[in-house]
Design a binder for this molecule. Sequence first.
Ligand SMILES: [Zn+2]
Length: 96
Amino acid sequence: MRWSRRPATPLPAEPSCAQVAEVLQAYLDGELGPQDAGLVAAHLEHCERCQIEAATYERVIAAIRRQRPPAPPEVTDRLTRLLDELAPPDEGSSRP
Ligand SMILES: [Zn+2]
């Protein structure tokens, strides 16, 4: 699951908590530009509420990553066979 959500406009010099929350996921994913990332970092330094929110996001992201190991071979094998059944090869039809 990708949570990236780019802000439509750059952050103002002193973003509000709502504006920080809006870009927090992108910030934690390292997808913000250096200027916006600096503003978010500065806000987090003095805003306990957003620090808690950032910490919560980080825990959720870490939990999601832990719970999504790569699919075991038998699963990908079964899916490959299922796809073969759904789309039988018909080599002749692709030629003019
Ligand atoms: Zn805040």
